[in-house]
Design a binder for this molecule. Structure first.
Ligand SMILES: NC(=O)c1ccc[n+]([C@@H]2O[C@H](COP(=O)([O-])OP(=O)(O)OC[C@H]3O[C@@H](n4cnc5c(N)ncnc54)[C@H](O)[C@@H]3O)[C@@H](O)[C@H]2O)c1
Length: 257
């Protein structure tokens, strides 16, 4: 898409959920624009394949970890900071959706609710907790959380647990934004809508489902991982220097309905 630039030259970043979709696009673009990037997700093999696509000169590193496990994510973030000599950017993106198990609350199993909250909300809390410690040590930086438009607009019907997990990220992001604003750390978020990533693979390959969801979007189509990554990079960049606590909706107009 965009040509390479040096917008992030000298910046040191961690991206969670870098093994796929939006995280992968974000890590790749950050590296292309000059950042040293630590790719974090659960599977080493996927991460290594993605790192291999990045120019070796960019110095990307692979750190398999589970964001919802404090020992695991703290170790990965600390290793990234040790390898790069500090951190400037934390992209807290990892998340799951459980399309077949999340359900109207009268039918929703507590275990499914807890799994989504643990993975998506605990995971982002722990990523921010350990990432921000390094930003404080560096004297500032940027955090970009990835939520969802269903975290504040109720877009994903029959997915109350996923939506609650993203609503939690939205609330946490706004308070973090205020808590760290005077310490030169900008905290913001991107709220994607319906994006063509492996998370939505069952919908993308079913023409009827795809038409049903696309028809509800003013722009008439799913977004791409790269379109979300562009918004994440902008919020992480110095160009967004006056954005604090912003939730940037990237949803083809759904939120405007
Ligand atoms: N695709 C969409 O339509 C959409 C819409 C709104 C929000 N989002 C959000 O965007 C983010 C990225 O989603 P995507 O569409 O790229 O999905 P994806 O499934 O393609 O990628 C998600 C990545 O996160 C990783 N991950 C999940 N939980 C993890 C954990 N506990 N520890 C480490 N890694 C973990 C997965 O391994 C994978 O690499 C998620 O937070 C998702 O909720 C996606």
């Amino acid at each position: 898409m965009a040509s390479a630039s040096d917008r992030f030259a000298g910046k040191r970043a961690v991206v969670t959920g870098a093994g796929s979709g939006i995280g992968r696009a974000t890590a790749t673009r950050l590296a292309r624009e000059g950042a040293r990037v630590a790719l974090i997700a659960r599977g080493r093999e996927r991460l290594e394949a993605i790192a291999a696509e990045i120019d070796p000169a960019a110095g990307a590193i692979v750190l398999p970890a589970d964001c919802a496990d404090e020992v695991s994510i703290a170790a990965a973030i600390d290793q990234a900071a040790a390898a790069f000599g500090g951190l400037d950017i934390v992209v807290s993106n990892a998340g799951i959706e459980l399309l077949d198990e999340d359900d109207r609350v009268d039918r929703l199993e507590l275990a499914v609710w807890q799994r989504l909250l643990r993975n998506n909300l605990d995971g982002q809390f722990l990523t921010c907790k350990h990432g921000i410690r390094h930003l404080l040590a560096a004297g500032g930086g940027a955090v970009v959380c990835v939520g969802s438009n269903t975290g504040y607009l109720g877009m994903a019907t029959n997915e109350p647990a996923y939506s609650a997990s993203k609503g939690g990220v939205f609330a946490m992001m706004r308070v973090m934004a205020i808590d760290y604003a005077r310490e030169n750390i900008r905290v913001n978020m991107v709220m994607p809508g319906f994006i063509d990533t492996p998370m939505n693979e069952p919908v993308m390959r079913d023409p009827n489902e795809l038409r049903y969801w696309s028809d509800q979007i003013p722009i008439g189509r799913a977004g791409s991982a790269d379109e979300c990554a562009a918004a994440i990079l902008w919020l992480a960049s110095d160009e967004a220097s006056y954005c604090v606590g912003t939730a940037l909706v990237v949803d083809g107009g759904q939120a405007a309905i």
